[in-house]
Ligand binder design. Structure first.
Ligand SMILES: Cc1cc2nc3c(=O)[nH]c(=O)nc-3n(C[C@H](O)[C@H](O)[C@H](O)COP(=O)(O)O)c2cc1C
Length: 150
């Protein structure tokens, strides 16, 4: 167990406890959330709440970065935002941080929610990722993170 200081894109900083233990993605479940255009959570399903370890009141209206794990490279999220802001779909593997400090991997598909030709928010639908892909991403993200920190 260790405490890590995380700096978010909007300038906020927080200290999070990291526990190097994976919580397996629940079989047969989709983890779903929706956000406004800034990435603040407006809706989520029960599987999302359960896996995050937070209470609904701790999630609603908060930024999605509450789940950001320090092992995730910033470039992955820069790519996500660049893609969805253009109105396109983003797909990728994400290591998420739970409230208890443990982590879980997801395969996420993030789509813009368009009304009258305008982006009014975003939605993410997550599935269980394969172990092979997770292992590839562990290596890839390690390399990306090292480059970002050098
Ligand atoms: C619909 C949607 C879902 C997102 N889901 C996650 C997620 O599950 N985990 C995560 O770390 N970031 C998620 N993000 C990205 C965050 O908004 C944020 O960019 C990321 O956590 C990195 O934080 P930072 O940009 O403040 O550095 C999501 C964004 C959107 C729009």
């Amino acid at each position: 167990m260790s405490d890590v200081k995380i700096s978010y894109y909007d300038g906020t900083k927080s200290v999070k406890t990291i526990v190097d233990e994976e919580v397996p993605y629940p079989d047969g479940k989709l983890i779903v959330s929706r956000t406004d255009t800034f990435g603040n959570m407006t809706h989520f399903n029960q599987a999302f709440v359960d896996m995050s370890g937070y209470g609904e009141d701790e999630l609603l209206g908060k930024s999605h970065y509450i789940l950001r794990h320090p092992d995730m490279p910033a470039a992955a999220f820069a790519d996500l935002w660049n893609t969805i802001k253009k109105g396109e779909k983003w797909k990728g593997y994400v290591k998420n941080l739970r409230k208890d400090g443990k982590y879980y991997w997801v395969y996420a598909v993030v789509v813009p929610n368009v009304r009258d030709g305008k982006i009014v928010g975003y939605a993410s639908v997550r599935r269980k990722p394969s172990r092979t892909k997770i292992n590839e991403c562990v290596e890839l993200y390690k390399t990306m993170l090292a480059e970002e920190q050098s």
